[in-house]
Design a protein around this ligand. Structure first.
Ligand code: PGA
Length: 248
């Protein structure tokens, strides 16, 4: 089955209101795209960007697992949804590393995103040492299985979730795995999703992330079970993101 591609920009801690015209330009490009397009922005921009960008979905990069409570500085999934977000990235390696998020934390956050009727983009990926040790596939599959929510349906409706495979050593480095290594990993992740959810696992987009850009996006997205991309640096302007969107 070929899934409709999903191309997601991850702006990380970049972007102010001065960038809204560029977000509007990305939206205009996406209006003519075959792929679904989203940008996950700093929370401060979600509401204003939603009004500026009718042809893309706006998302966040994290949320708290609880709906409310004494968690200074945190935002719940419901709060993010109220600002107009449709997507939330969970378990990005920068949060797993910098904020010490465990698979259990990521699982709880992913469930919170689904409960708030948004689309979770659950990230997994190996370190360079894990890749070099030859254990990357086993490690990443285990990470996925331990981070996936138990339930991906709500009120009988299949929830919206994607997985992003992002080798940590490829993020922001300009290096990517061989196309064969990407193919091997995505097939293993597909099998893991089917093992967990049955046929529903065939409908979950598996994105590749880590130094995807206009020059390599077509090759990466031609690989079986690469159903889109999660794009950092190359999503920060319409000029750079346009060719990635076009490849989707
Ligand atoms: P990059 O980041 O495209 O800049 O490598 C990807 C990501 O971290 O999601």
């Amino acid at each position: 089955m070929t899934l409709k591609k999903l191309v997601v920009g991850n702006w990380k801690m970049n972007g102010t209101k001065a960038d809204l015209p560029d977000i509007a330009a990305i939206s205009d490009i996406a209006a003519h795209s075959k792929a679904d397009v989203a940008i996950c922005l700093p929370a401060t921009l979600i509401e204003s960007a939603s009004a500026f960008a009718p042809h893309i979905a706006i998302g966040a990069q994290d949320c708290h697992a609880n709906p409310n409570g004494a968690h200074t500085g945190c935002l719940s999934a419901q709060m993010i949804a109220e600002c107009g977000a449709k997507y939330v990235i969970t378990g990005h390696s920068e949060r797993r590393q910098d904020q010490g998020e465990s698979n259990a934390d990521v699982k709880a956050k992913t469930q919170a995103v689904i409960t708030a009727d948004m689309h979770a983009i659950l990230c997994v990926g190996e370190s360079e040492a894990q890749r070099d040790s030859g254990e990357a596939v086993d490690i990443v599959v285990t990470q996925l299985l331990d981070s996936l929510p138990d339930m991906i349906s709500k009120d009988g409706v299949i929830a919206s979730i994607s997985v992003a495979y992002e080798p940590i050593w490829a993020i922001g480095t300009g290096r990517i795995p061989s196309l064969n290594d990407v193919a091997e990993m995505h097939l293993a992740l597909r099998e893991a999703l089917i093992g967990r959810y049955g046929d529903i696992g065939k409908q979950i987009n598996i994105l590749y992330g880590g130094s995807m850009n206009g020059a390599n996006a077509s090759d990466l997205m031609a690989i079986p079970h690469v159903d889109g991309g999660l794009v950092g640096g190359a999503s920060l302007s319409a000029e750079k993101f346009g060719p990635v969107i076009a490849a989707g």
